[in-house]
Design a binder for this molecule. Structure first.
Ligand code: SF4
Length: 98
């Protein structure tokens, strides 16, 4: 298992057997960061800064959705889904109680 530098939204703890950014037969020793799907990947870890970035993103989505009646239904639905997915992700990765 190889640890990579933290990104803004996620820290990748790369394990090729669990990476969703590469096809299953590809056992590369490096993640494909351009295809990162952190909400779906089991290689993710969250630093406090990562959690803060997600929380800011949720707040931005809340701001956009506060004016949801001005949005096209498809866009509103996508933002609502993104907010729910991000919120669920943060819940799944809640820090262990000390
Ligand atoms: S999808 Fe993202 S978190 Fe998962 S292994 Fe690839 S780069 Fe790392």
């Amino acid at each position: 298992m190889k640890r990579h530098d933290p990104g803004t939204f996620v820290t990748c703890v790369y394990n090729p057997d669990r990476a969703v950014c590469r096809p299953p037969a590809d056992t590369s020793e490096q993640p494909e960061l351009g295809d990162c799907r952190p909400l779906a990947c089991r290689n993710t870890a969250l630093t406090p800064d990562n959690r803060d970035a997600h929380a800011r993103h949720v707040a931005d989505l809340d701001s956009a959705l506060a004016q949801g009646d001005r949005l096209a239904p498809y866009i509103r639905h996508r933002l609502q889904q993104q907010r729910q997915d991000t919120s669920d992700f943060l819940t799944r990765h809640a820090p262990e109680p000390a």
